[in-house]
Each structure stands twice: as structure tokens, then as C-alpha cells.
Design a protein. Structure first.
Length: 426
């Protein structure tokens, strides 16, 4: 299924008049503050977030999974779903593949399919956190950190194969997330498993093309509950430094202990030129993988403040890769992803409104009240008419969720695919 512009225009039409009034009013306010609306719109249009291939079906917990209907059963259908989200939002211009769940059978066909939907291939994701059918050596007690040399070598080889596949697809980065760690004190020698991981990552890094990035993700717990080998940004940063200049830290919002100051981590990594990528989601307690912006939208805005500052002031840091890494247990995954995209763009746009010059001035005279006023003036601005305008100018939907429902996208997918299809993934 594909949406054409005429269909999207038909649902936009009744909303255009009111949208124009709202956009005009906001524009007057912003221009009055010295903000160039045209420039702002350009930045919003350019901001693209990758959708992972495992996010198009219903997620689940270890207690169960409740399937939706019309889920994409093949990689082609997953690409189609991302294409539909992109057509409605103009914000999801790439797909991030998980190997082996979504290994393409025919590379040229998959490339043509994604091109026809206006999509490119973002980071490749390896998987050494579970055993695959007929796999020779188990990852039960670790992969890149394993004490078993054969398991370790197999995991390294898998990552190298994922790079080779990514090269054919036109991807430019490999994301490594390890489940390695221990469930009980005494189970692992911390130094041994860290050293093994370092050696393994180094071998993978050596197989990386010179224009690629190696993104090292960290997480403090789960599925191992006593320790994980790459537990925090410091460990990831250290391993990235040891690998070389093209290895970076990847921040996943859900991979922190409660109340961690994530914006400060972002700031530190960008100063050191080592923030390579970002996984968006939201959480109340742990790695809840909820819709972006559904729990802590102000924290997301503060993180974007640091990202925007870093992009403008840290040429030593490459432009980060953006991806949504959430799980959709009870909502329609496509609607849920659309909500996440809106929250990301809202936080980004609000961060762009911060008067950095005034903020620096207020900081220099320790005017704490003014500092807060400056941040919150940006945060309290309703930027939704700007986001809608950016979509309108790009041929996307003024209100993507409303359009998704009015154009009966899910109903059509159910007709095409049936009720009982199941997407591979988490
Ligand atoms: Mn992640």
C-alpha cells in the first residue's frame, strides 16, 4: 500500500484555513523575537528520524504479547509501513535493519523498494543477545565478552557479516548493543569480561569501512540483573576511545538509572566529539520503551537544548544518527511511532527557539531567574503550527494521525495482509 499526494491533500484541505491563521499568529510572535521562521522551517523539514525494522509490529513483555492486525509479515511490508509513516509526517526518512530478524533475501529488490518509498538505510543492528536456530555456539553466558573463545569469535564474525550486508545496502554505521553481563555476584570476573569485550570490539572495528561509524550502546541492567559489561556512558566512551576515531557512544534514553541527568551526558559526549547516535523513547521506571514525550517531555526538551547547542558549537562531533527505539504493546505501532515523531520534532523545535545569546548573558551575571525564564519561554511556546506548516510544505499531512485514520490505512493493510500476520521482532 502507498499513499499518494492527492489522498493526503484531500484530508488536509478542510484544515488549511485554520492552520494558516495559527501559523501566521505564531510567525508574528517569533519574528518579533528575532527568530527567522524560514530558517526554522528548513531545519524542521531536514530533521529525519530512523524507524527500526522491529518496531512495526506489536511489542510484548515477558508475560505476553497482544498482536495487532495487518502487521507486516515481511521486510518488504515493513519498508512499506515506514514509507507510509514518512508520507504522512515527512520525518521518517530511513529504516534501521535488525540482523538476522530482517536479513534481506534479495538486496537489489529491497534497495529498489526502499528507494521507491523515499527511504534510505540507517544504522545496521547486530544481534548477539539470543541464540538463532542451528547456531553452533551459545550466547547464554555472553557473546563479545564470553569466556568461551568459540562463542566470542562467532559473535565477532556475525558483526562483520552485518557490516558486509550494510555496505551493500548503503548503510554507514553499525550499532552494537550487548546483553552480556551477569545475574549473580561472583558469576563473572569484571576485568576479564571487559577486556574480552574490548578485544572483540577492536576486531569488529578493524572490519569497518573508513566512512562508517561504530556505535556502542550501553545499558545498566537487563537482561542481566546484577551487572552488564557495558553498563554506562563512561564504559562505552572508554571502549569507543580504545577502538579509534570512528567509534562513538550511542545514548538510548531508556538505558539509565532513575533520575540520571541525560542532558549532561549528551553535553559531555559532544564536547569530546563522541556522541554518535541517539535512541528515543520514554520511561517512568526503567527501560519502559514508551512513546517519546509521553512521560517526561520537559526532560526531552532539555536534552534537545544540549543537542542543538552541541550541533552548533561542537564541530568535533559528527551529526548524530537519530532513531526511535520504543516498543508498542497496546497502541497501533504506526500511530505510536507518529506520536513519537511529533514529540521529537516538538522538543527539537522548542530547543531551536532558545535565545542562546541571552542565556549566556544571564549565566555570566548569575541571573538564575532569567536563565529559567529563557529556557521556559521556549518550552512554553506552542510550536505545533510550525510543525504542521513544515509538513504541509513537504506534501505530508497537517495532522498525521487524523489522516492515518481518515484514509483508513490500517483497515487497508488488514485487507491486504489479513488479521493474523505477525511481525518478527521484539
Ligand atoms: Mn536502543
Amino acid at each position: 500500500m502507498k499513499l499518494d499526494r492527492v489522498q493526503i491533500e484531500s484530508v488536509n484541505k478542510p484544515k488549511i484555513e485554520l492552520q494558516q491563521k495559527k501559523f501566521e499568529a505564531l510567525g508574528i510572535d517569533l519574528e518579533h523575537q528575532g527568530i527567522e521562521v524560514k530558517q526554522l522551517l528548513k531545519k524542521i523539514k531536514e530533521f529525519q528520524v530512523a524507524i527500526p525494522s522491529w518496531a512495526l509490529g506489536a511489542g510484548g513483555t515477558r508475560f505476553g504479547r497482544f498482536s495487532g492486525q495487518g502487521e507486516p509479515g515481511t521486510l518488504e511490508q515493513k519498508i512499506e509501513d515506514v514509507g507510509l509513516i514518512h508520507a504522512l509526517t515527512n520525518a521518517a526518512g530511513s529504516i534501521s535493519l535488525h540482523i538476522p530478524w530482517d536479513t534481506p533475501q534479495n538486496i537489489e529488490e529491497i534497495k529498489a523498494k526502499s528507494k521507491s518509498q523515499g527511504l534510505s538505510f540507517d544504522a545496521m543492528n547486530s544481534n548477539t543477545f539470543q541464540d538463532q536456530l542451528n547456531q553452533k555456539h551459545s550466547y547464554k553466558f555472553g557473546s563479545l565478552s564470553s569466556l568461551n573463545h568459540a562463542s566470542r569469535e562467532q559473535a565477532i564474525q556475525h558483526n562483520i557479516e552485518v557490516i558486509e550486508l550494510g555496505k551493500k545496502l548503503g548503510s554507514k554505521s553499525l550499532t552494537v548493543w550487548l546483553a552480556d553481563g551477569s545475574n549473580f555476584p561472583g558469576q563473572n570476573n569484571f576485568q576479564t569480561v571487559l577486556k574480552n569485550t574490548q578485544d572483540s570490539l577492536h576486531k569488529i572495528y578493524k572490519a569497518l569501512p573508513p566512512d562508517w561509524k561504530l556505535l556502542i550502546e550501553y545499558k545498566p541492567y537487563e537482561p542481566n540483573f546484577y551487572s552488564t559489561v557495558i553498563q554506562d556512558w563512561g564504559t562505552s566512551f572508554m571502549l569507543a576511545n580504545e577502538c579509534g576515531p570512528n567509534a562513538y557512544t550511542l545514548v538510548d534514553l531508556g538505558h539509565h538509572l532513575p533520575n540520571t541527568n541525560i542532558e549532561q551526558i549528551v553535553s559531555t559526549l559532544m564536547l569530546k566529539g563522541k556522541l554518535g547516535g541517539f535512541h528515543f523513547n520514554d520511561s517512568k521506571y526503567g527501560d519502559d520503551d514508551l512513546t517519546v514525550g509521553s512521560i517526561k517531555p520537559y526532560a526531552l526538551f532539555l536534552i534537545f537544548n544540549e543537542l542543538v547547542y552541541g550541533i552548533a558549537n561542537n564541530p568535533q562531533n559528527p551529526y548524530p544518527s537519530w532513531m526511535i527505539d520504543a516498543s508498542h504493546n497496546i497502541k497501533d505501532p504506526m500511530e505510536d511511532l507518529t506520536q513519537s515523531l511529533e514529540a521529537i520534532l516538538e522538543a527539537y523545535t522548542k530547543a531551536l527557539l532558545i535565545d542562546q545569546h541571552k542565556l549566556k548573558e544571564a549565566q555570566s551575571v548569575q541571573d538564575v531567574v532569567a536563565c529559567q525564564e529563557i529556557l521556559q519561554a521556549a518550552y512554553r511556546t506552542d510550536v505545533r503550527p510550525l510543525l504542521a506548516e513544515s509538513r504541509l510544505q513537504s506534501g505530508a499531512a497537517l495532522d498525521p494521525i487524523d489522516a492515518f485514520r481518515k484514509l483508513k490505512v490500517r483497515e487497508q493493510l488488514v485487507k491486504e495482509r489479513g488479521k493474523a500476520t505477525i511481525a518478527s521482532g521484539l
